[in-house]
Structures are given as structure tokens and as C-alpha cells.
Design a protein around this ligand. Sequence first.
Ligand code: HEM
Ligand code: UGT
Length: 355
Amino acid sequence: MDFVFDKAERFIMQYYNEMKLPEEQKKRRLEQIAQEITEQGSYFLSKEELQYGAKLAWRNSNKCIGRLFWKSLYVNDHRHLDNEEAIFQSLLEHIRYATNGGKIRPTISIYAQNRVHIWNDQLIRYAAYEEDGEIIGDPISLELTKRCQQLGWQGRGGHFDVLPLVIQIDERPPQLFTIPSEDVLEVALHHAEYDWFKELHLKWYAVPIISNMGFEIGGMQFNAAPFNGWYMGTEIGARNLADTDRYNMLPIIAEKMGLNTKKASTLWQDRALLELNQAVLDSYKDQGVSIVDHHTAAQQFHLFEEQENVENRTITGNWTWLIPPLAPATTHVFHQRYDNTKKSPNFVYQPNLYR
Ligand code: HEM
Ligand SMILES: N/C(=N/c1cccc(CO[C@@H]2CCNC2)c1)c1cccs1
């Protein structure tokens, strides 16, 4: 009991202080919460408290370089939804609102804690199929794809098949829902100088919506709270399409560029990386889909640091995640140290539901 009240008190104090709300109101709210916890062992957050707490959780995300815009998070309170169909419809609403024709809006949707379970790691992600040693699609999705097939899902066996949403309530069997293709905005990749690039038939989805992290606030944890921002180009160009255990595109791109891939010292991987990342940024921009390059993102993060200093808040960060995987030392982040203290509210890892 005291553990929950202690956490609740800390959050309410922070919320009322930052919002400069009257002391008297804060005192009454704390008494009300103490009463609820004594009677029911837990308490109910108001919509305003939940909304502000979600913004704080983003502001406290040490691994996130995009925190400058933490105040602009759009928060959907879906704590009342208790059936799979309604939850599916609300997730479609999230996807549509966040996508916004390409002008992506950072959004989070929060569902009833410990009742609603979303098995997907991201609401939109590509499937993977294993055929005689070969993997078609995104290898990171191999296990979830297998689980979906066991649950009756049939994929088309392609490189970019969007997985179904897997929604489970309490201990009931999970239900699978197909996201209508018109709701999945994607960007076909082309390169301004290399005409052959589009023949690779590469594409990626517009909106990354993380759905496997818990939202921890005031002693509570919402295990289903999918949130989205927009991509930083390197996530797609330097990792998702580049990693050897993902789409592994660098050798093919280097070949097409006529580079000598037999010797590491030709830096063929670096040259291919650069062109792939340029193609990602140009293709998203040409199609009017929000994306940020890692230099601009670092500059924005620097503004965030300055803003936090003005507000007399200590900046916390995880250096190993904040530096981009491409040209990290060209950003100020690389040359700075960050305090990795975990503040609350925050987003936290939680047990995987399908492995
Ligand atoms: C608005 C544009 C945003 C950009 C460009 C951005 C960028 C990033 C990047 C590049 C990462 C590292 C991801 C990786 O290396 O796999 C990251 C991590 C993270 N971001 Fe942001 N972010 C944005 C918005 C948000 C929002 C809206 C939230 C939550 C409300 C958020 C919460 C997080 C969290 C919790 C992590 C760490 C994830 C983990 O531990 O696996 N970000 N962000
Ligand atoms: N641009 C983004 N990138 C990510 C943010 C958080 C997590 C991830 C994916 O993390 C996976 C786990 C470790 N790397 C891949 C990507 C955002 C997603 C949702 C809001 S912003």
C-alpha cells in the first residue's frame, strides 16, 4: 500500500508543481488518493494527470534523441475499452491520426492495465518467412510471424507483408486483426543519382509505433500503451535495411555501385551506407512523409538540453543510444557525457508475449 502511495504522491507533487496548480487542490487530491488506495489498493488517475504523465515519460526517456517535442504528444485515454474489436478500431484510429497523410503526429494510446495485451512489437511491421534456409521479409519478425500462422494467419510470403494486430484480453485466446492496406502509408525508396536504385524495390512504412513497452506512472504500469513519433533516417538506412540480420542490403548496393566488396579497406560498406541513407531521407521528403536526419535530430536534442537547463531540470540520457549509428562523432552528443539516472514516469521493457 505505502509503496503505491509513495509513488503516487511523488507523481502528483511533480504534476501540481510543474503545472503551478494551487497547494490546497494538491493537498485535497493527495487525501483523495490515499483514501482510494486504503479502500481499493489502487487509485484512478484523472485524464489530465494521465496526459501530463505520458508527456513526462517521453521527456524522461534517456535513449530518445527526439525529446525536444515532448509537450506536443497527443494522448488517447482508452482505459475504458474492454473488447478486442473496440480496441482494434481504436488502434486503427491511432494509426490514421498519427499518419495524417505523412505529416506525422506524435501520439500515444493508453489501455486498461493488466487486462489488454498487444503482442506486436510495433503496430506496423513486416513479416518474415523461412524457406529452406532462406529468410523472406524482416528476420526480426520470424517468431511473431510463426505465432500468427499458428493462430491461423496466412501471409503472402513477400518481403513486405504487414503483420496482423494480435490483441489479447485477460487470459482469453488472442484475436488477430488485419490492418487495411489503405491505412498503412509506405515510402518506396529511390535515389536521386542512381537510377538502378528503384529496381531494388525497397520500401519502408512511414510511422514507427512501439507497442511492446510499458508506461510506468505514479506506481502503476500500463502494459498496453502504443506510442509513435517519426523516424530518424538512420533507423531505416543504417539498421533496418542494412544490418546483416535484417534486410542486409549493403552488399547488393555496393555491387550496383561498382565497388570492390572483397576488401574492407575500400570502405565499400560505408559508401553503400551513405547512399542508402541519402535515398531514405530523399524518398521520405519527396513523398511528404515526416523524417529527420541524424544531424538535425542532434541539433534539436541540443535545444532540448538548453530548454531543460533553463527549467532547472537535470538532463538524463543514455549515451550509447543517443549517438546515431552513422557519423556519430559529427554530433555534439558524441563529445558529451550523460547521466543515465532513470526518472519516473517513464517507458519500460516488459516480458515478451509471443516468444
Ligand atoms: C517525434 C519524433 C521522434 C524521434 C525522431 C525519435 C527518435 C528516437 C530514436 C532514433 C530512438 C532510438 C531507437 C533505436 O535505436 O532503436 C528513440 C528511442 C526511444 N524513444 Fe524516441 N523519438 C521520437 C518520439 C518519441 C515519442 C513520441 C516517444 C514516446 C512518447 C519516444 C520514446 C522513446 C523511447 C522510450 C525510446 C527507447 C526505446 C527502447 O528502449 O527500446 N520517442 N527515439
Ligand atoms: N523513431 C522511433 N524510433 C524508435 C523508438 C523506440 C524504439 C524503437 C525500436 O527499438 C527497437 C528495440 C531496440 N532497437 C529497435 C524505435 C520511434 C518510435 C516510436 C516513437 S519514436
